[in-house]
Write a protein that binds this ligand. Structure first.
Ligand code: HEC
Length: 104
């Protein structure tokens, strides 16, 4: 009996952990189609992991990147508001943080 209860708590502890993995999954579903390395670089989207492509963007400041993610690009209509998704501002910001982390 004791063993079952302990096992159960462990499962709950593990299940509540992977917030980062969730962001990665949402990125994969909503953004990666254009932002995957190679694809992205070909259509003018900064490919995640392409440090050279991200450097000048990161230099604009994180707020500018959040703004593009939420409102869309002012210069390239391919980057639509929210990347064409219905994600919340908060989720978009988490994804942008993830993209930047992977690209510097
Ligand atoms: C249909 C293709 C497409 C999708 C889908 C897409 N993007 Fe983009 N994204 C682009 C392009 C193209 C650019 C380059 C825009 C520019 O240079 O102005 C870009 C640029 C960006 C930038 C850099 C902004 C800046 O100010 O330099 C961020 C951040 C970004 N996208 C986030 C996202 C996020 C988050 C998602 C998913 C929710 C997403 N994108 C989905 C095409 C896409």
């Amino acid at each position: 009996m004791n063993k079952i209860i302990k096992g159960c708590c462990l499962v709950i502890a593990v299940a509540s952990q992977p917030a980062m993995a969730a962001v990665e999954t949402i990125y994969g579903a909503s953004c990666e189609g254009c932002h995957m390395r190679g694809v992205g670089d070909a259509i003018g989207a900064p490919g995640v992991g392409n440090k050279a492509a991200w450097k000048p963007r990161i230099a604009k400041g994180i707020e500018a990147l959040y703004s593009t993610a939420i409102n869309g690009s002012t210069t390239n209509p391919i980057m639509m508001p929210r990347g064409g998704s219905a994600l919340s501002d908060e989720t978009l910001k988490e994804i942008v943080d993830y993209m930047v982390e992977q690209s510097q």
